[in-house]
Design a binder for this molecule. Sequence first.
Ligand SMILES: *Cc1c(COP(=O)(O)O)cnc(C)c1O
Length: 353
Amino acid sequence: MKYPRVKVKLEKIKQNTQTLVNLCKSKNITVMGVTKVFCAIPEIANSLLVGGVDYLADSRIENLIKLQNYNLPKVLLRIPMLTQAEEVVKYSDISLNSEIETIKELSKFAQKHNKKHNIILMFDLGDLREGIFFEENYLDLVSQIIKFKNINLIGIGTNLTCYGGIVPNEIHFNQLLEIKQNIEQKNKIKIDIISAGNSSSLHLLDKEVPNYINNIRLGESIVLGRETAFGNRITNTYDDAFILEAEVIESSLKPSHPIGEIGMDAFGGKPKFIDNGRINRIIVGIGRQDVEPCGIIPIDEKLKILGGSSDHIIIDCTNSKKTYKVGDIISFKLEYGSLLSLMTSPYVNKIFY
Ligand SMILES: *Cc1c(COP(=O)(O)O)cnc(C)c1O
């Protein structure tokens, strides 16, 4: 057994996917299953596939390359880099775009490889991450884009609640409809896909969904079983498909307050402490090189994470019923950010069961 490790219960991922796919299917919405948080590890991606997603989507082309053997359309979520245009054309079927210069480059390489590359044009409705800003004159831009011979404009989309934390609502749906209609009328073309956002748009599916909304891109809701506008749990999903296990490397009774003049901690911060006298402290063999201590949630609720440095996380276990000793394994549930960094860390073992 190698620790630290993330244990991934594939059956739970599959069930989470099924629950969400069924919900979306009932509203005629197709699902792009987003694999970036688990670095597109093929075993986990397979659970999304078995769970019924219509597309596999990732923000990094390196990850989509790992998924080439899966027979579903691959979607590149992050606006492509000019320098990756050829790989994007080779390894993705659809990419999300906002820059005409990049789309031109994609067309060039699509021609070289004798392909048509599909794009979804992203619109920024106020969250201020990627997309053509909705107040801009986008119609001229679209007229130029559809002239590129090897590009198919198959849809429009938006992304919210990522940078600005903006909560999607019906007004955003209406804005997308208006953009779609304007583009269709001006250019006499049909826009097939309206991609209404990510896991933060799920709360809108509880209500009437207008029939022009026909796609959603889901990552966090599949892996952690929650929507992301308000952080609510989704019924019939699991929040513990991913569990971190770390090993106790020291267990001791020590003061809660450091002794001496307090300067900087290992990361340049100035730490503050409350003196609770002597406490039972354990150290687990994982650190900020792998994960931020505040993003992991001990399953033993009486454990309190005190902090950490590059390679250590320190936990107060004074209130726990259990006494932890060297070699014991501590389990944690995960937040999105901690899941992302743990799956990315080569020092963290990953097992599937
Ligand atoms: C990451 C990402 C998603 C998935 O977001 P979740 O909140 O994990 O569902 C959707 N769309 C884009 C463009 C993304 O980058």
